[in-house]
Design a protein around this ligand. Structure first.
Ligand code: NAD
Length: 361
């Protein structure tokens, strides 16, 4: 039976990399009926809004989407369309595997770790008070009255909510992911020694959840600053990492850097019974329409989507086809060449064609 999937091409380089991913997914032979939904700056131009309700409705109906990156236009009041989609669909788990592929330049070999980032709260909840506004002054006055600490009157404020509910579901997700994917260890990463009531709560809940998996999945705790150093010095010690939103965002880019950069880093945003797959990278507007950027991250996001749809064999074949093209290093984009100005670099479309060629062999 065909799967129906919402395809959000995105903007900037989004349409090019989404098209490459769509064609590669189709070349596995899995039957997919794509329902295209326009969001981002293309939707703003066409319909006057960045995130039409029809986009959210389509994902809610189909339960699965493949999404290209989208630019956040400055001055629209939107923090990010991408974040808005995650919030609207309550896609609480951001899952970003970082895996070494032969042929991709990186400092290490054989890295295979997964970042599981909480997607719904923390400093990214979007609860902010602008410096100089009356509400901000009132909030500061209230805090200064009730807390022993003093906040300067000319401050801006961002709120960092971390709840027991959201922590429990993300940490449970991380452990269940570890079990399903034959992983051995989950490391909880916080700054619980400093932020006792937010990160401290996150860690407390991590310990409670970990107890349910004792003897099956190992559990470790680490501080985020030390983890940043450990990831650079000894990345192989990590397996599954579970983190609050902000640290997860930062360390997942670090992990992408460990395996060759944004061009090869896929991701998934997962909620209860619903998922949106997208590359870690953004819309790289300066490369838009040039048929130049690396489609690998988006194609591997398509591979993760196939796995989510239960199409394990097709997912494995697609990953192997990507691996083969990367390893040969011939039909790859400029960023994967030893010299970024190498005139023999493939375009986005041609790299996808080479991957499709491998699938057809
Ligand atoms: P970016 O990831 O778009 O680009 C940064 C740089 O990374 C690019 O200039 C390019 O050199 C490189 N790069 C990115 N993708 C690549 C690829 N596929 N192949 C080769 N090189 C690649 O980050 P940015 O410039 O900070 O953001 C641009 C826009 O994208 C912003 O509006 C931002 O809000 C948005 N954004 C969207 C998402 C998303 O859709 N999920 C994620 C991050 C940023």
């Amino acid at each position: 039976m065909a799967h129906t999937v919402t395809l959000i091409p995105g903007d900037g380089i989004g349409p090019e990399v989404s098209d490459a991913a769509r064609r590669c997914v189709e070349a596995t032979g899995v039957q997919i009926r794509w329902e295209e939904a326009i969001a981002g700056s293309t939707a703003l131009e066409k319909f006057g809004e960045l995130l039409p309700a029809s986009v959210i409705d389509s994902v809610k109906k189909n339960k699965v989407a493949l999404k290209g990156p989208m630019t956040t236009p400055i001055g629209t009041g939107f923090r990010s369309v991408n974040v808005a989609i995650r919030h609207a669909l309550d896609l609480y788990a951001c899952v970003r595997p970082a895996k070494t592929y032969a042929g991709v330049k990186s400092r290490y070999k054989d890295i295979d770790l997964v970042v599981v980032r909480e997607n719904s709260e923390d400093l990214y909840a979007g609860i902010e008070f602008e410096q100089g506004k009356p509400d901000t002054a009132a909030l500061i006055a209230q805090i200064n009255k009730t807390s022993k600490k003093h906040i300067r009157e000319d401050s801006g404020i961002s709120i960092k909510p971390i709840s027991r509910y959201a922590t429990q579901r993300i940490v449970t997700y991380a452990f269940e992911y570890a079990l399903r994917n034959n992983r051995k260890k989950v490391t909880a990463i916080t700054k619980a020694n400093i932020m006792k009531f937010t990160d401290g709560l996150f860690l407390k809940v991590c310990r409670e959840v970990a107890a349910n998996y004792a003897g099956r999945i190992a559990f470790e705790e680490a501080l985020v600053d030390n983890t940043a150093m450990q990831l650079v010095q000894r990345p192989h010690q990590f397996d599954v990492l579970v983190l609050p939103n902000l640290y997860g965002d930062i360390l997942s880019d670090l992990c992408a850097g460990l395996v060759g950069g944004l061009g090869v880093a896929p991701g998934a945003n997962i909620g209860d019974g619903m998922a949106v797959f997208e590359a870690v990278h953004g819309s790289a507007p300066k490369y838009a329409g040039m048929n130049k950027v690396n489609p690998t991250a988006m194609i591997l996001s398509g591979m993760l989507m196939l796995r989510y749809l239960g199409e394990e064999k097709a997912a494995l074949r697609l990953e192997q086809a990507v691996q083969a093209v990367l390893k040969e290093g011939t039909d790859v984009t400029y960023d994967l060449k030893a010299d970024r100005n190498d005139p023999s670099a493939a375009g986005t479309k041609e790299m996808a064609d080479a991957i499709i060629g491998k699938l057809k062999q």
